[in-house]
Design a protein around this ligand. Structure first.
Ligand code: ADP
Length: 528
């Protein structure tokens, strides 16, 4: 199929892609780029970014060059386009020299509508020179820069080669550029504009709201039983994803669910490729399969009727949480995002960050990202609002589609309790874990307490007005709020941070959320 300058965007949408209408901003974006404008497109995953450059590529004379870091997905994208009759190809390190030569020949002869290129290939002098030839011959329709957040040093996907993409603008100033990303927080957006010289590009920002997803964060008591209660009550026959942090936990959880009679499969990068593919296929094709997975699962998965996403461990960031939960309810029907988390998760996440060998600067950013997520978990405000605000979008709140709006959370004045907890940490030498600290506060004279002579401390037994679960909630919130931190060297012993000082000195009040009692599973007669 040659470029179709005489067709309308609507015709191409219908005749080639088989869709009856554009979604949201798609039409405006297509028209803007098709008439030669630069664009920055912020749209959530699954929103339909591809059409925004595919249709203008077909409408304009010449070939559309699509820069993408996702080499593994290029083949699929190109195959899909070819099935629709679009003359597409890709150029990346997986091609043989022979196949690469064929791509070059087709490019120069004007036999391609779209070419997907890995950034490091695009930047080769040879390739850029060929593009000049193409420009003087069959023409360059546009440059699409997919996953544009890869220019950002602060993101998870930083690619140094993305920085060099300014060369496109310098060498081909007449060719329109469209940058696309699903990462929309304001600093990343600014960095994209600056790094890619997109100051004059029109920005198209779609809403990131997923009103059909009901967000819930529950406090971990017995995670497996809580998960089972959730599944039994709300998703007895549905397809869903259960995310876990480690491969081991994925396998254990999948096996356990299976034992309980659920159709559960494991997925993580350590499984043999054949097993992974088979499990993924079953999840996509069959009804009611539960995929227990690490974050390795999900990229490029387009299953519309995933009814729930459950997190048994904390995601790494708000972006991660949004992406992972966003795989639920693509069809627009009600879906659940359910998470259970506790102090242990906060401690192990912090330790994982601290012990990694990333540069200090990077760790600092990752800590901030985790803190934002913990703030979200502990928040008593509307979850849709909190989530969207993180991505720089306003939401009126009162969504009636999250735990906090459906069952408003009580807060309590916990200044006194916080002070007791903090001084207990201090007096025991800032090296004990939460179980021991609570024993001291409750005045339990067990062997460990006696071994360290902690029954002599002024904090021994001063906390009997709260119970074990309440203290556990206090400690979790103090750690999540950054007043306490876990120490690697003492295997998760808690110590004070600078932020604890004003509370200890009585200069700052502390309000905490009152945790609901964890839901108990109804035990069936047969089980009793
Ligand atoms: P993104 O790149 O933003 O994650 P995609 O471009 O892969 O999203 O599109 C996600 C899904 O939505 C695809 O299955 C695509 O075919 C579908 N889609 C996109 N635009 C439309 C539309 N206007 N009408 C119907 N389906 C669409």
């Amino acid at each position: 199929m040659a470029a179709m300058p005489n067709s309308s965007a609507q015709q191409i949408l219908h005749d080639i892609f088989g869709y009856s209408s554009f979604r949201d901003e798609q039409q405006a974006i297509v028209e803007h780029v098709a008439t030669g404008g630069d664009a920055l497109v912020l749209m959530p995953t699954g929103g339909g970014k591809s059409l925004c450059y595919q249709i203008p590529s077909l409408l304009r004379r010449g070939v559309g060059i699509v820069v993408s870091p996702l080499i593994a997905l290029m083949q699929d994208q190109v195959d899909a386009l070819r099935q629709l009759g679009v003359r597409a190809a890709f150029y990346n390190s997986s091609l043989s020299a022979e196949a690469a030569r064929e791509v070059f020949i087709a490019l120069v002869r004007g036999e391609l509508d779209m070419l997907y290129v890995a950034p490091e290939r695009l930047l080769l002098a040879n390739f850029l020179n060929t593009l000049e030839q193409v420009q003087d011959g069959p023409g360059l329709a546009l440059f699409a820069i997919d996953e544009a957040h890869c220019v950002s040093q602060w993101g998870h996907d930083f690619r140094p080669e993305y920085r060099a993409l300014t060369v496109l603008h310098e060498r081909f100033p007449e060719v329109p550029r469209i940058a696309l990303t699903a990462t929309a927080d304001a600093p990343t957006r600014r960095e994209i504009v600056e790094r890619l010289n997109l100051e004059n590009a029109r920005q198209f920002v779609s809403s990131f709201d997923r009103p059909n997803i009901r967000y819930r964060v529950t406090h971990k008591a017995n995670a497996r039983q809580q998960l089972q209660a959730f599944l039994e009550a709300e998703h007895p026959d549905d397809a869903g994803i259960v995310y876990c942090l480690s491969r081991k936990k994925v396998e254990e959880t999948a096996a356990w669910l299976k034992e309980k009679g659920w159709d559960a499969l494991p997925y993580h990068a350590g499984l043999a490729a054949a097993t992974r593919n088979a499990n993924q296929k079953r999840f996509l094709r069959e009804e009611g399969v539960i995929m227990v997975a690490t974050v390795a699962f999900g990229m490029g998965i387009d299953k519309p009727n995933v009814r729930f996403v459950a997190h048994l461990d904390l995601p790494k960031s708000m972006e991660g949480y949004y992406q992972e939960t966003g795989r639920a309810g693509r069809d627009g029907l009600p879906a659940n995002a359910w998470m259970t988390y506790g102090l242990g998760d906060v401690v192990s996440m912090r330790q994982m960050l601290d012990s990694g060998d990333a540069p200090e600067e990077r760790k600092r950013v990752e800590r901030q990202k985790l803190d934002a997520l913990l703030g979200f978990c502990e928040s008593t405000a509307c979850r849709h609002q909190t989530l969207l605000r993180y991505f720089g979008e306003e939401h009126p709140g009162a969504c009636a589609q999250c735990d906090n709006c459906l069952e408003p959370v009580d807060t309590w004045e916990a200044t006194e309790a916080a002070r007791m907890a903090l001084s207990c940490v201090y007096r025991t030498g800032q090296r004990f874990g939460v179980v021991h600290l609570i024993d001291v506060l409750l005045g339990k004279a067990n062997a460990k307490v006696e071994q360290f002579n902690h029954q002599q401390l002024s904090t021994f037994g001063i906390g009997q007005s709260l119970n074990q679960a309440q203290w556990s909630s206090v400690f979790r919130q103090l750690v999540a709020g950054g007043l306490l931190e876990a120490d690697m060297e003492t295997y998760g012993g808690l110590r004070l941070t600078e932020d604890a000082r004003p509370v200890l000195r009585g200069e700052q009040d502390v309000w905490l959320r009152r945790d609901a009692e964890p839901a108990k599973r109804k035990v069936s007669k047969a089980e009793r």
